[in-house]
Ligand binder design. Sequence first.
Ligand SMILES: *Cc1c(COP(=O)(O)O)cnc(C)c1O
Length: 427
Amino acid sequence: MIHESLFQRACKVLPGGVNSPVRAFNGVGGTPVYVDSGKGPMIHTCDGRTLLDFCCSWGAMILGHAHDEVVAAITAQAAKGTTFGINTEGEVRLAEQLCARVPGAERIRLVNSGTEAVMTALRIARGVTGRRRIIKFDGCYHGHTDCMLVSAGSGLLTGGVLSSLGVSRHVADDIFVAPYNDVAAVNEIIRTYGHEVAAIIVEPVAGNMGLVSPEPHFLEKLRHMADRCGALLIMDEVIDGFRFALSSYSKLAGIKPDLITLGKVIGGGLPLAAVGGQSVFMDQLAPIGKIYQAGTLSGNPLAVAAGLKTLEILEREDPYPRMAALGDALSERVNTFTREQGIPIRCAQYKGVFTLFATPDPVRNLADAKRSDTALYARLFHAMLDRGYYLPPSQFEIGFISAAHTEEQVMGFAQALTDACGDILVR
Ligand SMILES: *Cc1c(COP(=O)(O)O)cnc(C)c1O
């Protein structure tokens, strides 16, 4: 098989054979898939298989792969030049779009990855407050900048523990890690350390421990608590932004963040992300202010062209209600089946993003997510791959329905899922 020989070659030149860990299939076993091309919701593998894709580059491909108009926009820009290191009109237009659509984003700085956006947001928060501590939530992912590679330690008030080697242990001292959806925990941290907290950072709909939605008032209370202690509220919407509506999730929730990070969708499948926020904070960035940030490829013309075209198509076609309805139909169908059959799998779903949790119990934080049977998820993943469906290769990630997925495809997927659940439990 071609993918096996490719992976063998890859392992000789790329650590673990990959450029990003989840692609190695460590969470599900087996040899990872190699993609040759994609069109719409389908990907074609190097082995000549066609798969219905529910990874969609972790949500970046909201319009599906190789959308004709996006390809044309990228091609046209490529012919005009791919990077100058000098200002272009496109970056102004993209920033205008984002500022107009995202409450709280009075200014935007474009960067190249979500990691960079978060790194910059945290620097701004620390720069404007003159404080060093950050409150984050266990199971939320904010990219791989040093201080975000910290997870919950033994005690709430003792700071987090490093989740990677190579990070100074001093970094962990600055980070408090609370369970997601746990207002009391945040309150407890703030009671003792509130005057030292620069920011509370949260994924408003958490997508990196599997899908976990915020409970009623959770985000609203974070807004109040941040205000009370003088910290900034950072909404990390690298996944959520422009995924559920042509705006931020914060807007849907009626909460105005101080800073917001965007990525994935807004780059139209090219490397682009953004940090936005109120001008009083954002204007502290260089060249006006004393908080430094820069980038050779920031506001890259190709990525900006792809992002602008993607936003234009999203506005014209408004696929959001359809994606949400398909998500509802999927989770309804799967959950009815698994409940009736006593199968310990539940589909958590919100507006077309979903996780098949291998546990029958509700999941409201990382501890709950970790109770799922990851070996069962791995069997489900491979049973679905055999049937021609590409799910996220880890229990702790989310699947994406794109605007290109049809009702027939999603319902076929639901049927295949119920078949696969049945088979797995008989075996
Ligand atoms: C993907 C993601 C990031 C990191 O973005 P990269 O572009 O992979 O660096 C940060 N935060 C959230 C919520 C994400 O989902």
